[in-house]
Write a protein that binds this ligand. Structure first.
Ligand SMILES: Nc1ncnc2c1ncn2[C@@H]1O[C@H](COP(=O)(O)OP(=O)(O)OP(=O)(O)O)[C@@H](O)[C@H]1O
Ligand SMILES: Nc1ccn([C@@H]2O[C@H](COP(=O)(O)O)[C@@H](O)[C@H]2O)c(=O)n1
Length: 194
């Protein structure tokens, strides 16, 4: 039975950083599910058709990490038919042996409700904006507005809104270095595997 690690949280909280590190540490597969929504938003045309026909080329586009791609992703992510088109791929990925780490917004609540361990990674708005601004070479105030708008849309949508699963472990990385955050996440997974 594959071991599933579900990681959710708001934008730029450090989910991807932790997910990649956990996958490397435990030898698991990693899926950044946000990339599916970013690619769907960037593809243009009918978003439902875009989600239904996503291919490897769409996911390899070089412009998916931009703030604009994040905004487009969060708009198409409010469409229930778009979300439905992406469920099977994510659930199939989660069955890969020996285990899988998926990070996103609804992994612990909708995609993998039976995951062995669920982490909800968060950080203060200011810290997240500063980190993303440094990463993209952008203005922190502009990043703050962008993240808050995206978080609001993600939290308020009717289908699969961003929220911690009832049984998620909350990991606030505001005052943690990357190494500290990863060490805490590894400790949580070790506990769940014991
Ligand atoms: N604990 C930390 N301390 C300092 N910087 C961090 C920490 N965790 C992550 N970062 C940095 O913050 C930025 C955002 O991290 P990351 O991409 O992992 O977030 P995310 O939650 O996956 O974002 P998104 O939801 O937009 O995909 C990256 O530049 C990353 O290197
Ligand atoms: N499971 C998920 C993952 C992502 N989204 C939406 O995509 C946007 C971009 O995600 P990033 O993780 O790359 O920032 C995000 O703002 C969500 O709108 C989602 O709905 N569900």
């Amino acid at each position: 039975m594959p071991f599933i690690i579900a990681i959710d949280g708001p934008a730029a909280s450090g989910k991807g950083t932790i997910a990649r590190a956990l996958a490397a540490h435990f030898g698991f597969h990693h899926l950044d599910t946000g990339l599916l929504y970013r690619a769907t938003g960037a593809k243009g045309g009918d978003p439902v058709l875009a989600a239904q026909t996503l291919d490897a080329g769409d996911l390899a586009r070089s412009d998916l990490r931009s703030a604009q791609a994040g905004q487009a992703a969060s708009r198409v992510a409010t469409i229930p038919e778009v979300r439905a088109a992406l469920v099977d791929f994510q659930r199939r990925f989660a069955t890969r042996e020996p285990g899988a780490v998926l990070d996103g917004r609804d992994i612990g609540t909708v995609i993998c409700p039976d995951a062995a361990i669920k982490l909800y990674v968060t950080a203060s708005d200011q810290v997240r904006a500063a980190r993303r601004a440094a990463e993209l070479g952008a203005d922190p105030a502009q990043m703050l507005a962008e993240l808050q708008e995206r978080d609001r849309r993600d939290s308020e949508r009717a289908t699969a809104p961003l929220k911690p699963a009832d049984d998620a472990v909350v990991l606030d990385t505001s005052d943690l270095t990357i190494a500290e955050a990863i060490a805490r996440a590894i400790a949580q997974v070790d506990r769940a595997r014991a």
